[in-house]
Design a protein around this ligand. Structure first.
Ligand code: NAD
Length: 497
C-alpha cells in the first residue's frame, strides 16, 4: 500500500508539513467521499509564517516594488487562474460540495477581482496638501499596512480569500492566510500560482487548521498589523477583541439577515423567480442571501404560494450531478444547526410551508437540507432575527412603504437587501433609507468588483472591493518637508557671553 499524499503548508516560500506532523482528511459534504489529506498546522507554524511575512515585508522585496509592477503581477495571476479554471473549480466543488457550475462562476468572479485590483494598483500614490507656505512640500503618501492576517470561511473559500489577497498584494503587503479548515485546497492552489509567477518568498503564506489554534495568533500576534476576517458574527467579535490588545487594524465581513422587499406593483414573474434565487442560490450559504422575504400584504398569499410551489421543485445534488440545482450544507454539525434553527422558528409560531427535511434516501450520505419556506413570521421569531445560514426563507408582510422600511431595518445586521417595485420613486426612497451595505433594485445578488462591498451595523467593519477595498490595505503617512530650513525662534538663546 502506498502512503497517501499529504498537501502541506506554505511558509516562507517552502512547502512544509506541520511541525507536529498533524494532518486532516477533507471529505466532500455531498457524499462523504474523501477529497484529500492536508497538514494541520500548530500555533507555532502560524508564528513562523507571521515572522516570515514580517521579514519579507521589512526587506521591501515586494513592498518597494513599483506599484505598476505589482499591478502587472496581479494581471498575470488572473491569466493563470483563467488557464487553470477547470482544475480550481473542481477542487472548490469537491471541498464545498457546491455544484461545479457555481464553482466555475466563483472562478470568474475571482479572476475579475484580480483584474480589478491589478488595474488600479498604481492609481493611489497619494496627494499634495497646500501647507500655506511656498517653501513647504506637504504630501500624504499611502504605504502598505505591513503584515496582514487573513481568516476566511468555507462558503466561497477562494473568492473570499481573493478579495483580500488581490488588494493586499496590490498595495505591497505580505500576508498569512488561514482558510476554513474544511475547505483548504484552493488556497493551496492559489499560493502555487503566486509562487510559480515569482512572488518573493515570505510574501504569501498559507497555514491550515482549526480557528482557535491556527487562526487565533493572526488576531493576537504583535507582528500582524491588520487582521482581515470574513466569517460569522461571534467569531468576528472574538477576533476584534483579541486584536484590540495590540491595537491592530481590523476588517470584518460578517453575516447578514438580508431583507428582500416586494411591493405589489413589482414585476411578479421576475420578483418571484429572483426571490427563489435570493434565498436558495448555493443552498442559501451566501452571506447576502435574501432569506428575509417582506411582501406587501395585497399580493402576499399569491406570491408565497408560487414561491412554495417552485421551491418544492428544486433538485438537490452533488457537484457533478447535472440535474442538481442546489448542493449540500458543509457538515453534519452545520445541518444540525439549520435543523435546530428551523425547529425553533416553528415553535415560535412560524408555519412550515415547504422543506424542513434532509432530502430523500438518495441524499443519505451527504449533508443536505431541502429548500424551506416559513411564513406567518413575526419580528420576534428567532428564525427572523438570527442568520440561519441555510436554504430557509422567512416571510413577513407589510402594508405601507414606511412599514416595509421599518421591518427591513429591524435587525442587528446590515449587509445587503433588495427592493422590488415598478415605481422608481418608491425604489429610490426605500433604497436610500435601508441601513444595509448593498441594495439591489429589481434584482438580487449581482455585485461588481469595482463597487464597495461590506456591512452596516454588526455585519462588519470596513469595505472590500471597489476603491476602498484597496485603501483598506494601505496606511496614510504625512510627509512635511521644509525646503528652506530656518530657525524657528520658539526658544530664543541668549548670546554666549
Ligand atoms: P466562522 O466564523 O465559523 O469561521 C470563519 C473562519 O474563522 C474559519 O477559517 C475559522 O476556522 C476561523 N475561526 C474560527 N474561530 C476562530 C478564532 N477564535 N480565531 C481566529 N479564527 C477563527 O464562519 P463560517 O461558518 O466558516 O462562515 C459562515 C459565516 O461567514 C456566515 O455568518 C456568513 O454570513 C459569513 N460570511 C460573510 C461574508 C461577507 O462578505 N460579509 C462572506 C462569506 C461568509
Amino acid at each position: 500500500m502506498t502512503a497517501k499524499t499529504v498537501q502541506t503548508l506554505f511558509i516562507d516560500g517552502q512547502w512544509v508539513p506541520a511541525s507536529n506532523g498533524g494532518s486532516r482528511t477533507i471529505y466532500c459534504p455531498a457524499d462523504g467521499s474523501e477529497v484529500g489529506i492536508v497538514s494541520e498546522a500548530t500555533a507555532e507554524d502560524t508564528e513562523r509564517a507571521i515572522l516570515a511575512a514580517r521579514r519579507s515585508f521589512e526587506s521591501g522585496v515586494w513592498a518597494r516594488r513599483p506599484a505598476v509592477e505589482r499591478g502587472d503581477f496581479l494581471l498575470q495571476v488572473a491569466d493563470k487562474l483563467k488557464a487553470r479554471k477547470d482544475e480550481f473549480a473542481r477542487a472548490e466543488a469537491l471541498d464545498t460540495g457546491k455544484r461545479l457550475v457555481e464553482a466555475e462562476g466563483d472562478m470568474d468572479d475571482i479572476i475579475s477581482a484580480f483584474r480589478h485590483f491589478g488595474k488600479i494598483a498604481d492609481h493611489y500614490p497619494g496627494r499634495l496638501v497646500d501647507a500655506g507656505d511656498p517653501a513647504v512640500i506637504s504630501r500624504v503618501v499611502y504605504e502598505p499596512v505591513g503584515v496582514v492576517g487573513m481568516i476566511t470561511p468555507w462558503n466561497f473559500p477562494l473568492l473570499q480569500a481573493s478579495w483580500k489577497i488581490a488588494p493586499a498584494l496590490a498595495a505591497g503587503n505580505s500576508f498569512v492566510l488561514k482558510p476554513a479548515e474544511l475547505t483548504p485546497h484552493t488556497a493551496l492552489l492559489m499560493v502555487e500560482v503566486l509562487d510559480d509567477l515569482g512572488l518573493p518568498a515570505g510574501v504569501a503564506n498559507v497555514v491550515l487548521g482549526d480557528g482557535g489554534v491556527v487562526g487565533a495568533p493572526l488576531s493576537s500576534h504583535k507582528e500582524v498589523d491588520l487582521v482581515s476576517f470574513t466569517g460569522g458574527l461571534v467569531t468576528g467579535r472574538t477576533i476584534a477583541r483579541s486584536a484590540a490588545e495590540t491595537v491592530k487594524d481590523v476588517a470584518l465581513e460578517l453575516g447578514g439577515k438580508n431583507p428582500n422587499i416586494i411591493f405589489a406593483d413589482a414585476d411578479f414573474e421576475a420578483a418571484v423567480d429572483n426571490a427563489l434565487n435570493a434565498g436558495f442560490l448555493d443552498s442559501g450559504l451566501v452571506c447576502s442571501a435574501g432569506t428575509r422575504l417582506i411582501v406587501q400584504d395585497s399580493i402576499a398569499e399569491k406570491f408565497v404560494d408560487e414561491l412554495v410551489r417552485r421551491a418544492e421543485n428544486i433538485v438537490m445534488g452533488g457537484p457533478f450531478d447535472e440535474q442538481a440545482q442546489t448542493g449540500p450544507l458543509i457538515s453534519a454539525e452545520h445541518r444540525d444547526k439549520v435543523t435546530d434553527y428551523v425547529n425553533r422558528g416553528i415553535e415560535a409560531g412560524a408555519r412550515l410551508r415547504v422543506g424542513g427535511n434532509w432530502g430523500g434516501e438518495e441524499h443519505r450520505d451527504g449533508y443536505f437540507y431541502s429548500p424551506t419556506v416559513l411564513d406567518q413570521c413575526t419580528a420576534t421569531n428567532p428564525a427572523v432575527i438570527e442568520e440561519g445560514f441555510g436554504p430557509v426563507i422567512t416571510v413577513e408582510t407589510f402594508s405601507t412603504e414606511e412599514e416595509a422600511i421599518q421591518i427591513a431595518n429591524d435587525t442587528d445586521y446590515g449587509l445587503a437587501g433588495a427592493v422590488w417595485s415598478s415605481d422608481s420613486g418608491v425604489t429610490n426612497r426605500v433604497s436610500r433609507k435601508l441601513r444595509h451595505g448593498t441594495i439591489w433594485v429589481n434584482d438580487y445578488h449581482p455585485y461588481l468588483p469595482q463597487a464597495e462591498w461590506g456591512g452596516f451595523k454588526q455585519s462588519g467593519i470596513g469595505r472590500e472591493l471597489g476603491v476602498t477595498g484597496l485603501e483598506e490595505y494601505t496606511v496614510a503617512k504625512h510627509i512635511y518637508e521644509n525646503t528652506e530650513p530656518a530657525v524657528s525662534g520658539w526658544f530664543p538663546q541668549k548670546d554666549a557671553n
